[in-house]
Design a protein around this ligand. Structure first.
Ligand code: SF4
Length: 169
């Protein structure tokens, strides 16, 4: 099924399709695995991470579509300019364009997970797929420029978050 947009709004996520970058969804589970059970708004960014994050970990999402472009988290973000992320982050003293970095990361993740952009998926099927496919090897291939220590932490927390979610719902 092809779609162009999201029918997400901030009143409810149940029975709606959320549009999300795959690394954002993995980030939500990583933070959940770290012990965060209630995401709060970020005043510096004003993004919807808290809203989507709480809907995800509260099992209020039924359907999901992936994108490497801006997603439902990005929509109100101060750094979204003309539909493009204008933010930078620093790694080893180098400023990195977040938009370019994340586009490539999300495309790698989709290939590794054998998922398609523009396809609408059942949320529960995606979480089961994550549970069976997320490995340290996959994390290393997706985040290949990160150091091993960071990737091990990312893997362990993400896996724990997914397992905690599946044991609860
Ligand atoms: S626009 Fe950029 S900084 Fe803002 S939520 Fe999206 S990816 Fe993050």
């Amino acid at each position: 099924m092809k779609v162009t947009g999201s029918d997400f709004d901030d009143t409810s996520t149940t029975n709606k399709v959320i549009v999300i970058k795959p690394h954002h969804l993995l980030d939500i589970f990583k933070l959940y695995g770290k012990g965060i059970e209630n995401f709060i708004p970020d005043k510096n960014y004003n993004h919807n991470f808290y809203l989507i994050g709480n809907a995800v970990i509260g099992n209020k999402v039924n359907k999901i579509r992936f994108t490497y472009s801006y997603d439902d988290i990005c929509k109100p973000c101060y750094y979204l300019k003309n539909s493009v992320c204008s933010d930078y982050f620093s790694a080893n003293g180098v400023d990195i364009n977040k938009n370019k970095f994340n586009e490539k990361l999300d495309i790698r993740l989709m290939k590794l997970l054998n998922l398609k952009f523009d396809e609408i998926y059942e949320f529960k099927n995606i979480i089961e797929l994550f549970n069976s496919e997320i490995s340290l090897k996959l994390i290393n291939l997706a985040w290949y420029s990160s150091n091993q220590e960071d990737n091990i932490i990312r893997y362990k927390l993400t896996k724990k978050g997914i397992e905690n979610f599946l044991s609860k719902y």
